[in-house]
Structures are given as structure tokens and as C-alpha cells.
Write a protein that binds this ligand. Structure first.
Ligand code: ZN
Length: 478
């Protein structure tokens, strides 16, 4: 996408559903997948005379995200009505924040090929969600109002992103932070995190912004990357042919891998914003902000840095381990208890992650507790069992959740590390293969492998290979 004549300019708007107990302006409890229109009341249905009451928890969560993204938190912010008519919006307006948002001027750090870069955040504001339409072809359109009034934060970036890949890196980071904070489950497919992309092209070197188009309905990272590439190419072709870009909103159609034009884009004044008359300005004092600051855990980027320094892990390893807080916590318990960071990291990144994928379960409900995995790693490292026996023990632990030592005993996998037992075995093997012994002594040292193989066969894989090797060298050489 690096073209000498044009530069791509991308800004992202992320809507994240907050995991509050109740909706933002009423006491309905949202629940994904509930029967349609069973989580509603006069307030979220916008019935005449119903008055909104702001949910304090939603403000706390929005401040959390604001602080995590290094924003300034406004002492006074204001809700506004954004007026529009659509069947999924029974009030005929959305309660959002317009010119006085709660959080402003932050940034998200992403890794690029040219090193780390900050994507600036313009604002984070609170608003209520609309309902959900479903259109059955040839039939009626249906609307479910359960989602009306679910609290959202909208995170608006500055147009600092240059490629589809950078957009994905930014979104992955935002998703990780939302999950670390525990304020949104970040599920793109279920729509609890939604992303709109604004794209424009401008002549390279220019600082003026070109006309932008918007893509909505991007419900996977892959769709985002492909949608951006598709639209950048389209705009480039139009501009190169001397045409001009129209300000439109496009929907991404994942099935066909194409963009479908939805409507020409509204201007802010089409929404006739005005301050919400039923809500007071939102005042947030320093005490509230300090309280929220104390609730913020170590965030993914800081954790990655600490893992690199404390455990001497690579960028790649620390990135993989810190992608999910639960995995990072699990790894730390294993590493602390074995004292072997890299070995522990390998086990978590390979065996544990593979098992989680196969079982389709989260680390929080994984049957092998981190202390038990540490026990298993110690058994392998101390030579009590072989590496391959370790894999068998692990498979058994997943099934039963049992202690590794018990599994080793039960499966009879303990390595023979007793010298006298191995010496007897080596003596009889050497006696049974006099010819090979002779050739070994004449200089064919490769035959050592043959003898080790015999010992492993004789012991049915239980001999400690290192020990067997040393005994063989000693006995064959004499
Ligand atoms: Zn309600």
C-alpha cells in the first residue's frame, strides 16, 4: 500500500459495549442472547414521561478506559441528543456526547516495522446503544429492543493510521486493554466491540486531508484489513483517473469480500445535536478519578516490557503470553515456581495453548492448574521422566486434572536413573553384541548410537538416555 504518489489516512471509531450490571439510563439488565424484547422498560423504550437516570458504573468504566489510554478526564462533560429516525431507535434520538466528551487527547502505542508508534486518541465518550434489526428476505423485518440503552463507549482515533495492518494492530491493542480492564468482552462477532473505519487518500507530502469514506459492519480483524485494502485501491483508481471521491458510507460484505455502498454520509448538523434536557452535566471530581486509577491493573504493554526484563523473554514470547491477562497470570505462576522462565514460556505457548484450542476452553477453566504444570516441568528437567513421557503425562493430566507425580506412578513412566540397574543392562547388551563392540573400539564411534538404542529398547524407553550413554562410553572403551 506504499505508493509514491498517495498517502493513506485512516481513522477508527470503536464502539465497545460496557459490561455494566444494568443499562446506562435504566435498571434493565442486558443479556446477550435473551429472548427478543424481554429486557426493556419505559425508559429504554423512550415512552412519554420516562426519565433517564445515569448509571455511575458506566461512567467509572469509561474513565478507566480514558486513563488506560492516557486521556485527560473532563471535570464537566455533557450528554447531547443525536436525533435520527430509524426503526431500531424507539426514542428517535440517541443520548450521546457531542462537544463536551468525557475523555480527550490520549494515545495507543502500536508496534510497526519502523518501531513503536503512538496512534493519538481524539476522544472517548459515553452513549446508549440502539436495538437490533434483522431482515428476512421476502419476509418482514424484525426488531429486538433488548440492546437499546446498553452503555457504549466510543473511542475515536486521530487519522494517524496508514495501512490496514496498522489498523488491525491498533484494534488488537484496544481490544486487549478493554479485556484487561474487564469492562468489555471485546467480541467482534457478537458485536460487543464494533469498528467503523474512515479512509481517505492524499498526495504524498500533503498535510491536507482528502475526502473520506466510511466502512461499517466489519466484524473480524480479517474483514478490517481486507476492507481497508479494497477501499484504498478503489479510491486510488478514482483519483488516478482524475475523478473525485464522494463522501459515502460503505458496508463490508464478508461473503463476497466486497464493499456495498449504504448511504451518503451524514454531516454532524444532520443530527441536530442539542444538550440532553433530562440529564444534568456530568461532573467528575479528582477523588472519583483517583479511585478509578487504583482499579487499573498492569496493562498489556507494561506487562510485556516487564516480562522481557524480568524473565528475559523475547518480544515475540512476551507479546504472545500477554495477549490475554489470564494466560500471562498462568505463565507467571509456572515460571515463579519452576524458576525456568523460557522453559515455562514454551510449555504455555505450545502445549497449553494447543490444549485450550482443542478443548475450546478458557485458561480460567483449564483442568491443569499452573502449580501442577510446574510440577510436571520439574519432573522432566530433573530427569525423572523423559521429554516424550512428559507429553503423555500432560495428556493424562488434562483428562483427570491429577497431580503429575501420581500420573507418572500410575503409567509407570519413571526413568531408570539408577546406575547399578543400568550398568547391569549395559553389560548384558555389550556381551550380546561382541562384533559391534570390537568395531567401536577400532574407531567406529558412531556405533555408540546403536548401543544407546539397544538400551532404550531393552528398558522400553525408560532408561535415562544421558546416563545410559555415559555408562556405555565407560564400559565400551575399556
Ligand atoms: Zn430499560
Amino acid at each position: 500500500m506504499n505508493n509514491s504518489s498517495y498517502e493513506t489516512v485512516i481513522g477508527l471509531e470503536v464502539h465497545a459495549q460496557l459490561l455494566t450490571e444494568t443499562k446506562i439510563f435504566c435498571s434493565c439488565k442486558p443479556e446477550y442472547g435473551a429472548d427478543p424484547n424481554t429486557r426493556i422498560c419505559p425508559v429504554c423504550m423512550g415512552l412519554p414521561g420516562a426519565l433517564p437516570v445515569l448509571n455511575r458504573e458506566s461512567v467509572t468504566m469509561a474513565i478507566m478506559m480514558g486513563l488506560a489510554l492516557r486521556c485527560d478526564i473532563a471535570a464537566v462533560s455533557e450528554f447531547s441528543r443525536k436525533n435520527y429516525f430509524y426503526p431500531d431507535c424507539p426514542k428517535n434520538y440517541q443520548i450521546s456526547m457531542y462537544d463536551k466528551p468525557l475523555c480527550k487527547n490520549g494515545f495507543v502505542e502500536i508496534e510497526t516495522d519502523n518501531g513503536p508508534r503512538n496512534i493519538r486518541i481524539e476522544r472517548i465518550h459515553l452513549e446508549d446503544d440502539a436495538g437490533k434489526m434483522s431482515h428476512e428476505t421476502g419476509k418482514d423485518s424484525l426488531v429486538d429492543f433488548n440492546r437499546c440503552g446498553v452503555p457504549l463507549i466510543e473511542i475515536v482515533s486521530r487519522p494517524d493510521i496508514r495501512t490496514g495492518l496498522e489498523a488491525v494492530k491498533y484494534l488488537v491493542r484496544v481490544q486487549q486493554i478493554l479485556r484487561y480492564l474487564g469492562i468489555c468482552d471485546g467480541n467482534l462477532e457478537e458485536g460487543s466491540m464494533r469498528c467503523d473505519v474512515n479512509i481517505s487518500l492524499r498526495p504524498a507530502g500533503s498535510t491536507e486531508l482528502g475526502t473520506k469514506t466510511e466502512i461499517k459492519n466489519l466484524n473480524s480483524f480479517k474483514a478490517i484489513e481486507k476492507g481497508v485494502e479494497f477501499e484504498v485501491e478503489r479510491q486510488r483508481r478514482v483519483l488516478e483517473e482524475g475523478g473525485s471521491i464522494e463522501q459515502v458510507t460503505n458496508l463490508w460484505d464478508a461473503d463476497s469480500g466486497r464493499l456495498v455502498m449504504m448511504r451518503s454520509k451524514e454531516e454532524a448538523n444532520d443530527y441536530r445535536y442539542f444538550p440532553e434536557p433530562d440529564l444534568l452535566p456530568l461532573e467528575v471530581d479528582g477523588e472519583w478519578i483517583d479511585g478509578v486509577r487504583d482499579m487499573i491493573p498492569e496493562l498489556p504493554l507494561e506487562k510485556e516490557r516487564r516480562f522481557r526484563e524480568e524473565y528475559m523473554l523475547s518480544n515475540y514470547d512476551s507479546g504472545v503470553l500477554c495477549a490475554e491477562k489470564g494466560i500471562a497470570d498462568y505463565f507467571e505462576i509456572v515460571a515463579e515456581s519452576t524458576g525456568l522462565a523460557k522453559k515455562s514460556a514454551n510449555w504455555v505457548m505450545r502445549e497449553i495453548m494447543r490444549a485450550l484450542k482443542n478443548l475450546g476452553c478458557a485458561i480460567e477453566t483449564f483442568p491443569v492448574e499452573p502449580e501442577k504444570l510446574a510440577g510436571l516441568i520439574a519432573l522432566v528437567e530433573d530427569g525423572i521422566i523423559s521429554g516424550s513421557a512428559g507429553q503423555d503425562v500432560f495428556a493424562e493430566m488434562i483428562k483427570s486434572g491429577a497431580d503429575p507425580k501420581e500420573v507418572v506412578k500410575k503409567l509407570g513412566l519413571e526413568q531408570i536413573s539408577d546406575s547399578s540397574e543400568l550398568e547391569n543392562m549395559v553389560d548384558s547388551i555389550i556381551a550380546a553384541h561382541p562384533e559391534e563392540g570390537e568395531r567401536y573400539r577400532e574407531g567406529k564411534k558412531k556405533l555408540l548410537g546403536f548401543f544407546v538404542g539397544q538400551v532404550m529398547r531393552e528398558s522400553r524407553g525408560k532408561a535415562n538416555p544421558e546416563l545410559a550413554r555415559n555408562i556405555l562410553i565407560k564400559k565400551l572403551g575399556s
